[in-house]
Design a protein around this ligand. Structure first.
Ligand code: NAD
Length: 519
């Protein structure tokens, strides 16, 4: 079995960086998926600890919001540089917590650096006050301001400890908010490390806090207190958070699950496609919200595609290594591998065929599962509609692109999709017919995800309010309109009657109808 790199005291040091209230705390033990060894124990924050974190954050936020965009940006550009310089530490931590292959972990470093640079550079432009057309041309001077909510809470999952643990908070912080992150216990050490790095980059105390613990107590306490809540995780928990936010009349953003389809059209270059499609399905051992779980292949190339794809999947290097020698890593938790095994067992029992994979690999570590390709999957099997969130993909033949689009859309999810074709224009046209928040043509997921200037999120039940782009920052602010009325009021004045005022306004509206530059 692989030996763990680095200094085991690191986990003790990181656990102590958590700002937490007085008295003894229960501890949540964290194990590495690679070997099952204990990494460390996190304090479980209670409701009163979260209350304290919110109070400190509120005090720190007022001073933070007074800083200029440029001052705030400087801190995040320093964070960007430190992250790239110290990426090996983060890569070890991400791998130890998530069990993913180092190549997949490295995507998190690149992504976090890109987000930090993008929002640091753009924040000033996104947030600056904007002149708006006034109620009465020339007489009403109107400006729109963006005001930070105050304390934004983030509840984050285990599958991308760094990317999902910290990047949304970066956007919120640069918009002038304080942030409190409640990471999944299985991803908390990476988030604590990132928070420590931000302090080193100059982020003032109290502006970002991490509260560790489980969802039901610590997470719920944050949902009950934050001025805005951002949740990334399962639809089940997402619904309860949205309901609570509704009761409190606070805003919330949700990034939820998917059952992402991928279309292989008859004109695709199959040799290139299988490489990219294997990446799309098995990145993070399939525990990626935007990874592919359903492949629809046009009938004329179905057999050829399936043979080539199964052969590539069989050759994927599966195992634990703290270098780049493995292409697929471990599943992250016992619950995940149980779910994956259950989906495969259920499908096979009801008549599906395992083309390759399908087995647990305890010889590699406690939570490894082979990249698995299924055919003959039908309605009634769990894997047909439910998100597996593991290295299992079903391949279906379809008559033509119309059937492929119909079947791709036959789901309550709408997170991500991918289309492989020799004709990029056709791919882009078909993409418009798919109800998913992002669609990649001739790439699995990273073309859209990496296009950070454009928002990315879920349609249908896959989410509310995207991340990235201007929207990914502005959602952490409220608009405030300030209008100054000059010379005359918006009411009858100078002794005019109400009837005269109405006639005057009617005439004004008629003029505005024909003068687009004025109204
Ligand atoms: P989860 O919903 O079980 O947990 C996510 C977070 O919510 C954790 O921090 C957990 O402690 C917390 N939590 C649990 N119950 C809570 C409660 N009652 N109140 C407050 N917080 C609570 O999800 P998971 O299993 O960690 O993640 C897997 C799911 O997340 C998959 O469905 C996946 O598709 C989705 N996901 C979506 C995206 C996206 O960007 N759309 C990204 C990653 C994962």
């Amino acid at each position: 079995m692989v030996s763990l790199p680095g200094d085991s005291e690191l986990f003790e040091v990181l656990a102590k960086t958590v700002a937490i209230g007085p008295g003894a705390h229960d501890r949540v033990e964290v194990r590495t998926p690679f070997t099952g060894a204990v990494l460390g124990a996190l304090p479980a924050a209670r409701a009163e600890d979260v209350e304290l974190a919110v109070r400190l954050a509120r005090a720190a936020q007022a001073r933070w919001a007074e800083r200029t965009s440029g001052e705030r940006a400087g801190i995040f550009l320093r964070f960007h540089d430190l992250l790239l310089r110290r990426q090996e530490e983060a890569l070890d931590l991400i791998q130890m917590e998530s069990g993913k292959a180092r190549g997949h972990a490295s995507e998190e470093i690149l992504d976090t650096a890109i987000v930090a640079r993008y929002y640091a550079r753009r924040a000033g432009r996104f947030l600056r006050p904007r002149r708006r057309k006034g109620a009465l041309p020339l007489l009403t001077y109107t400006r729109e301001f963006r005001v930070p909510f105050g304390v934004v809470g983030f509840i984050t999952p285990w599958n991308f400890p760094l990317t999902l643990g910290i990047t949304d908070a970066i956007a919120a912080l640069l918009a002038g908010n304080a942030a409190i992150v409640k990471p999944d216990p299985q991803a908390s050490f990476t988030v604590l490390w990132a928070a420590k790095l931000l302090r080193e980059a100059g982020l003032p105390e109290g502006v970002l806090s991490i509260v560790t613990g489980d969802g039901a107590v610590t997470g719920q306490a944050l949902v009950d207190r934050a001025d805005y809540i951002t949740f990334t995780g399962s639809n089940r928990v997402g619904r309860t958070i949205a309901a609570r936010a509704g009761e409190r009349l606070t805003g919330c953003a949700l990034e939820l699950g998917g059952k992402n389809p991928l279309l292989v059209l008859r004109d695709a270059d199959l040799s290139k496609a299988v490489e990219g499609i294997a990446r799309a399905c098995f990145v993070g051992a399939g525990q990626v919200c935007v990874s592919t779980e359903r492949i629809y292949v046009e009938q004329p190339v179905f057999g050829q595609f399936l043979d080539a794809f199964a052969a590539r999947t069989r050759r994927l290097a599966l195992g634990a290594a703290f270098d780049y020698s493995m292409e697929v890593g471990s599943l992250t938790t016992a619950a995940q591998i149980a779910r994956v095994e259950e989906h495969v067992r259920d499908a096979v029992e009801k008549g599906a065929r395992v083309v390759t994979g399908g087995r647990r690999r305890t010889d590699l570590g406690p939570l490894f599962f082979e990249p698995t390709v299924l055919t003959g999957v039908r309605e009634g099997m769990r894997v047909f509609t439910e998100e597996t969130f593991g290295p299992v993909v079903s391949v279906y033949p379809v008559a033509d692109e119309t059937e492929a689009i119909e079947r791709a859309n036959a789901t309550d999810f709408g997170l991500s999709a991918s289309i492989w074709t020799g004709n990029a224009r056709k791919g882009a046209r078909i993409a418009r017919a798919i109800r998913a928040g992002s669609v990649n043509v001739n790439e699995g997921y990273s073309a859209a995800w990496g296009s950070i200037d454009s928002p990315i999120g879920g349609m249908k039940e896959s989410g509310l309010r995207p991340r990235h782009g201007a929207e990914g920052m502005l959602k952490f602010t409220e608009s405030q309109t300030i209008a100054v009325q000059r010379l005359v009021p918006i009411a009858p004045s100078f002794g005019m009657s109400q009837a005269f005022f109405v006639r005057l306004m009617t005439r004004l509206l008629r003029i505005l109808r024909w003068t687009p530059w004025l109204g």
